[in-house]
Ligand binder design. Structure first.
Ligand code: MV4
Length: 447
């Protein structure tokens, strides 16, 4: 096992990782920018190193400075959290070259899944159902039209280097293909420096359902069920839940086993998420994330497993602490992302938290990196905490969520709490009837 883990992240996830390290008796090193000198993750760590000025490119993303921080503190492993360097294959490689353990998958698996064409090809070969579309990259309008003719319009042009919705264009007919191709390529080139694109059948009203997987890197792997993350705004998740209101136990078992099987064949190591679009009873692979996700506590609530602890165990060469047949799903969990933003305009609202009273009680978890008096810096993303509620049934979970939200008091800044107070009273949300477009339609209708 490791003696000392450096956490290359900030905010709530840095605290979350520190907690797992503490339970395992591992010392922690926090790194921080000058803007984060007063942050909670710095205060609670055993050691801390200032690695640069506020811009992430000069601090949390600066690999030489992170290596120096490992060197001077004697850390033997690095946990990247989510975002920042968590899916940077080169970072994983460099750490290994310096005899440091990257707490995550192999650089090879990160690289494959980062290229959406290679990821889809790999998924298909492993038996995971994919969206119908082009075999690999599309290089001409003629080829694009041939692919579209086979599956029918509308089709979606996607960037190979994409993710997060950038460089994506719909073509509703052959007449729209030329422009869709060109715009997608131009956007992809500007955003990722790579204009490679591929084509898929456009699914018009799917849900976003993702499967949590876990591997030991030696051929053993399990799935921990799904999360329904359909409630998004501009490709940012807002509320996540498990189980998905759209699935029954048999469907969960089938797609879960398909994913676990695929991860066994791949000899995948650590936590992973296989993202699907789900429409008319069918699953369609879109991407795989090779990191711990923001919404992992929803899965922890319904399975009882500590996913960060598992990540550390397998990174240290250990085996999984669970077998598939031991994993059972219990009750229902919902996560609300609490952002320092206006709940209507989503304009960031940095500043000082003058009052902080988080909710508590049975089935309520708050993961946050802030405290009363803390000044939220304007340089990073606006997630300041997550409220995760667990209940025996979806209905109990919703009742508990209403109660927990009513207890939550945050003064001095604007937060997304008022949005959740509205959402949990909407009949479609109460009934679990929503797709990936529901939230944006709701926000537009409500003005
Ligand atoms: C799609 C799609 C419909 N059909 N692919 C958006 C981000 C990227 N990760 C995948 N995305 C989509 N891919 C096909 N073939 C619709 C989306 C999409 C979406 C997906 C998940 C959650 C929210 C979304 C919002 C708009 C579009």
């Amino acid at each position: 096992m490791f003696d000392k883990v450096l956490i290359a992240n900030r905010g709530e996830i840095a605290l979350r990782i520190q907690r797992a390290c503490k339970e395992l008796g591992i010392a922690t090193v926090a790194v921080h920018s000058t803007a984060d000198a007063e942050a909670m993750h710095v205060r609670l760590a055993d050691d801390s190193v200032c690695i640069g000025p506020p811009p992430a490119s000069e601090s949390y993303l600066n690999i030489p400075r992170l290596l120096a921080a490992c060197e001077i503190t004697g850390a033997d492993a690095v946990h990247p959290g989510y975002g920042f360097l968590s899916e940077n294959a080169r970072f994983a490689e460099i750490l290994e070259e310096h005899n440091l353990t990257f707490i995550g998958p192999t650089s090879e698996h990160i690289r494959i899944m980062g290229d959406k064409i290679a990821a889809k090809d790999t998924a298909r070969r492993l038996g995971i159902p994919c969206v119908p579309g082009s075999d690999g990259a599309v290089t001409s309008e003629k080829q694009a039209l041939e692919v579209a003719a086979k599956m029918g319009f509308p089709v979606l042009v996607k960037a190979a280097a994409g993710g997060g919705g950038r460089g994506m264009k719909v073509a509703n007919s052959a007449a729209e293909m030329g422009l869709a191709l060109m715009t997608a390529k131009t956007e992809a080139k500007a955003a990722f420096g790579n204009d490679e694109v591929y084509i898929e059948k456009y699914l018009q009203k799917p849900r976003h359902i993702e499967i949590q997987v876990f591997g030991d890197g030696k051929g053993d792997a399990v799935h921990l069920g799904e999360r329904d993350c359909s409630l998004q705004r501009r490709h940012q998740k807002v509320l996540e839940e498990a189980p998905s209101p759209a699935l029954n136990a048999a469907q969960r078992l089938k797609i879960g086993e398909t994913c676990a099987d695929a991860m066994r064949k791949l000899k995948y190591r650590g936590a992973g998420t296989i993202e699907f679009l789900y429409e008319d009873g069918e699953f369609y692979f879109i991407e795989m994330n090779t990191r711990l996700q923001v919404e992992h506590p929803v899965t922890e609530a319904v399975t009882g497993y500590d996913l960060v602890l598992e990540q550390i165990r397998v990174a240290a060469g250990g085996s999984l602490s669970m077998r598939q047949e031991d994993i059972t799903f219990s009750g229902h969990a919902i996560e609300c992302r609490i952002n320092a933003e206006n709940a209507r305009t989503f304009r960031p609202s940095p500043g000082q938290i003058t009052y902080w009273h988080p909710p508590g009680g049975l089935g309520v978890r708050v993961d946050s990196g802030v405290y009363q008096g803390y000044r939220i810096p304007p340089y990073y993303d606006s997630l300041i905490g997550k409220l995760i509620v667990h209940g025996k049934t979806r209905n109990e979970c919703l009742m508990r969520l209403r109660r927990a939200l009513s207890e939550f008091v945050i003064d001095g800044i604007e937060t997304t709490i008022p949005l959740f107070n509205e959402l949990i009273r909407q009949p479609d949300i109460v009934n679990g009837v929503y797709d990936i477009h529901w939230l944006e339609k709701f926000l537009k209708a409500e003005g």
